[in-house]
Ligand binder design. Structure first.
Ligand code: KG4
Ligand code: ZN
Length: 356
């Protein structure tokens, strides 16, 4: 077997939802290439992600992206020494496309293959930026499917501190955007509209702001928007003001809970990851409030906030470095994916991907 060192060239493959991502990361050298194809245009006419279309499109995009990433890195397939892919959570069919390619390549090339937890890849992604936060840190993970606060002690050492009890923050953005007739993808569209709006003209709730724990709830917020929307004919500036108030409400909750988590853990480093982390109002509010409390906030590079292959290659590289026996994890005759998968319950260092 091609036994890789910690400085291996790791190929990362991301296909958990509607973005096809391929990247190559080498410890010591950094990110050598990354390629991304967004299926936004494909799903836009349906107002959301159509899982079957997503899977088929991943099939179409993956190999051309792989070739292009190898070209960018000035490499051939033979230079790849390990493969990391998103094993879950996500859409089952979409995950299977990336997993199949990763496992087939690993078998053909006789290199180690590692299944990566999508949320682990997100929460380690701020380490791709400079300066990178030192462990331990508190991570606010805000994506389309998850809103969680985690204590991150090191690679594979994740403790759930709090999470949403219903909709994720990104999901609330998407559903509210749909309600306002903004289409898909909703988060960025709503954020764009909110730029010309004024928060405070409408008054939306800040759910669970004073619940005394680190849990959150966002589904009521969407209902409150619907109530306002139905109560009057909302258009033009009203719509922008409502969008701005919605965005501010989400930011207020996330800021309050995140800083409570830093106080509770006594950790003064906060990392923000996941698609909603790209939201500029959230960033501005968080930076301001954190500075007052002496907390440093770290974000991934903007292009790596939403789904991408770089964070998967990077997480794979860190896993390989942290757990040497993973370097022996070659294709073993079968594999599965994990559409539903809790990060804190199953991510101790050295966990091997489940195999059929
Ligand atoms: O992390 P991500 O790319 O995919 C998941 O793992 O879910 O996050 C996607 C989510 C979507 O809900 C999208 O609407 C939201 O992130 N999002 C945003 C922004 N950019 C993406 N939400 C608010 N403001 C943004 N600028
Ligand atoms: Zn994601």
């Amino acid at each position: 077997m091609n036994t890789s060192s910690a400085a291996a060239n790791v190929l990362g493959i991301e296909t958990s939802c509607d973005e096809t991502g391929v990247a190559i990361y080498a410890a010591g050298r950094g990110l050598l290439a990354h390629r991304l194809y967004s299926q936004t245009a494909l799903h836009a006419r349906y107002g959301g992600v159509v899982p079957e279309l997503a899977s088929r499109d991943h099939v179409r995009r993956l190999l051309p992206l792989l070739r292009s990433a190898l070209d960018e890195a000035g490499m051939t397939r033979g230079d790849i020494q390990a493969i990391a892919y998103t094993e879950g959570p996500g859409l089952a069919g979409a995950l299977l496309v990336g997993a199949s390619l990763a496992q087939a390549l690993a078998y053909a090339m006789d290199v180690p293959v590692i299944g990566i937890h999508h949320l682990e890849a997100h929460l380690l992604s701020p380490l791709l930026a400079s300066p990178a936060p030192a462990f331990p840190f508190v991570a606010l993970l805000v994506s389309g499917g998850h809103s969680q606060l985690m204590r991150v002690g090191g690679v594979g050492d994740y403790t759930l501190l709090g999470e949403t009890l219903d909709d994720a923050a990104g999901e609330a953005f998407d559903k509210t955007a749909k309600l306002l007739g903004l289409g898909y993808p909703g988060g960025p569209a709503l954020a764009r509209l909110a730029q010309s709006g004024h928060p405070g003209r409408f008054r939306l709730p800040r759910p669970m702001l004073s619940s005394g724990d680190l849990n959150m709830s966002f589904s009521g917020l969407k209902t409150a928007v619907l109530t306002e929307y139905r109560a009057r004919a909302i258009d033009g500036q009203d719509k922008a003001d409502l969008a701005a108030e919605f965005e501010q409400a989400i930011a207020d909750v996330l800021v309050r809970k995140s800083l409570a988590a830093t106080r509770m853990t006594g950790i003064d480093r906060l990392v923000v990851a996941g698609g909603v982390g790209a939201n500029q109002r959230l960033r501005a509010c968080l930076n301001e409030a954190a500075a007052l409390e002496g907390v440093s906030v770290f974000y991934p590079p903007l292009e790596f906030c939403t789904d991408n292959g770089a964070m998967v290659a990077f997480a794979g590289s860190l896993r390989l470095a942290a757990t040497p026996f993973l370097r022996d994890a070659t294709f073993c005759g079968g594999f599965t994916v994990k559409p539903r998968w809790d990060l804190d319950a199953s991510s101790s260092p050295g966990d091997l991907p489940t195999r059929a």
